[in-house]
Design a protein around this ligand. Structure first.
Ligand code: GLN
Length: 286
């Protein structure tokens, strides 16, 4: 924007136009969310006071954030916050931004019953799965692993901010865990990296350029983490324990086959709100 006084409505319109021109999806909504963030305002304050003048400092901060969003940095990385299962999570470039799709997994675990259960979340990232389960159910215990120390820092903060008591372990999947907790879990959850390596270059710039590749890359066929979970989960689950995993929309059959081949029972594919396959769950019987 030029110099001089800028109103809420002029700032929002200018930003929406710039974001639109840069190919940002939902440009107008993004402009309003950034304006709310910079001015500490609610949506109704902006609509009810379109002539409100931004301070010089607000104008400058808003302009910088719009420029960053034009570079396709995800909105949630600019505000540092994402919302999942009604809770607020801190996010940065070291964690996958919690997606609404993943709420399908959490809702199913809650529906099946997590009260009094011992949970383990693999590839926890921001920690949104175990934190929201621990907040929404009286779980007996929750543990979570990630290979990234930087992600675990974010997850620990999210657990503390949401008052969820979670034991975090750093390392390569199940290798991160101490052997004395073998056979102790009722539920394993995971939203592992599942994008086929060759598909990453075709993702939205927000995802491929700004979210951690290690949270996306599921190997050549996108399935390597499911194979590892299938091979190792039984060691950590109680007999009758259950596994819930997020999957890509076209991975339902493959993931079901991987688990069925290793003797897991009751495999089920659950669809998301768009009607696409999104979660596979199954049961471990020793
Ligand atoms: N749902 C994410 C995306 O496509 C991928 C998450 C994952 O690999 N676990 O943007």
């Amino acid at each position: 924007m030029g110099t001089g006084a800028v109103t809420y409505s002029a700032a929002a319109a200018d930003a929406a136009g710039r974001l639109e021109a840069s190919g940002v999806p939902e440009a107008k909504e993004n402009a309003l969310l950034l304006l709310e963030y910079v001015c500490g305002s609610r949506r109704q304050d902006i609509y009810l006071n379109p002539g409100q003048i931004l301070s010089a400092e607000e104008t400058e901060r808003f302009d910088k954030l719009v420029k960053a969003r034009q570079e396709r940095i995800p909105l949630q990385q600019l505000t540092g916050k994402a919302y999942f299962m009604g809770l607020e999570f801190t996010v940065d470039e070291n964690v996958l931004i919690p997606r609404q799709d993943t709420e399908i997994l959490v809702e199913r675990v809650l529906k099946d019953g997590a009260e009094g259960k011992r949970l383990l979340d693999m590839c926890t990232g921001s920690g949104c799965i175990p934190v929201s389960l621990a907040v929404h159910a009286q779980v007996a215990a929750a543990a979570a692993c990630d290979i990234s120390a930087a992600a675990l820092k974010v997850a620990r903060r999210n657990a503390a901010d949401n008052k969820a008591d979670i034991a975090f372990y750093e390392g390569d999947m199940f290798d991160a865990l101490p052997s004395e907790i073998k056979g102790s879990f009722d539920i394993i959850t995971s939203n592992p990296p599942y994008i086929r390596r060759g598909d990453i270059a075709g993702l939205m710039p927000e995802v491929k350029d700004h979210e951690p590749t290690c949270a996306l890359d599921g190997g050549e066929d996108g399935l390597i983490f499911y194979r590892r979970i299938a091979a190792e989960a039984g060691v950590w689950l109680k007999p009758g324990g259950r596994i819930y995993m997020e999957i890509g929309y076209d991975q339902g059959e493959d993931v079901t086959a991987i688990f069925a081949a290793l003797g897991y029972k009751d495999t089920e594919v659950i669809k998301d709100l768009a009607g696409l396959d999104r979660v596979v769950c199954c049961c471990y019987e020793s």
